[in-house]
Design a protein around this ligand. Structure first.
Ligand code: HEM
Length: 142
C-alpha cells in the first residue's frame, strides 16, 4: 500500500509539473498578446487544481504511513527536517497559491487581469515546488 502510494506520488509530480508549466506559459503568452480568457484556460486551471489536490492528499497519507510525524525531535538533522517539515509545508503553500490563482484569478474583471493573477501565483508555486522535491534538491540524494 505504502509502496503503491509512493509510486503514485512520485509519478504524479510529472503530470502536475507539465500541467503547471503549460498553464503558466498559456497565462503569460495570453497576457502579452491580449488573448481572452476562454474555455481552455478554465479547463487547464481546473485540471491543475485537481492534480494538485490529489497529490497533496496522497502526500498526506504517505506522511503518516511512513511515520514522519513522529520525527519532530530529530528536526535538527537536515535530511529529516527536509522530509518531515520542509517538503510538506512548502508543497502545501504551493498548493494554496495554485488554488487561489485559479479561484480568485477567474473572478478578476478583465481577461488580462485573470491571466496575470493566475500566471504570477502559479509561477511562484512552480519555484516553490522545484525547490523542495527530495530527489532533486535534498543534498546527498544525487
Ligand atoms: C505539489 C505537491 C507535492 C509534490 C510535487 C511532491 C513530490 C514528491 C516526490 C517527487 C516525492 C518522491 C521522492 C523523491 O523525489 O525523492 C515525494 C515524496 C514524499 N512526499 Fe511529496 N510532494 C508533494 C506534496 C506532499 C505533501 C503535502 C506531503 C505531506 C503532507 C508529502 C509527503 C511526502 C512523503 C512522506 C514522501 C516520501 C519521503 C520519504 O520518505 O523519502 N508530499 N514527494
Amino acid at each position: 500500500m505504502e509502496t503503491g502510494f509512493l509510486h503514485l506520488h512520485n509519478l504524479l509530480r510529472y503530470a502536475l509539473l507539465i500541467v503547471l508549466l503549460a498553464a503558466i506559459i498559456r497565462s503569460f503568452s495570453a497576457m502579452f498578446s491580449n488573448a481572452g480568457y476562454g474555455k481552455l484556460d478554465n479547463k487547464l486551471g481546473l485540471w491543475l487544481v485537481l492534480l494538485t489536490h490529489v497529490q497533496i492528499i496522497i502526500g498526506l497519507a504517505l506522511y503518516f504511513m511512513k511515520g514522519w510525524h513522529s520525527h519532530i525531535s530529530e528536526m535538527a538533522e537536515a535530511a529529516v527536517r527536509y522530509r518531515a517539515l520542509e517538503h510538506p509545508l512548502v508543497m502545501i503553500i504551493a498548493a494554496v497559491l495554485i488554488t487561489i490563482g485559479r479561484s480568485k484569478g477567474k473572478r478578476k474583471t478583465t481577461d488580462k487581469g485573470k491571466h496575470q493573477f493566475a500566471g504570477i501565483l502559479w509561477l511562484i508555486a512552480l519555484v516553490l515546488i522545484l525547490s523542495r522535491i527530495p530527489s532533486w534538491t535534498l543534498p546527498g540524494m544525487h
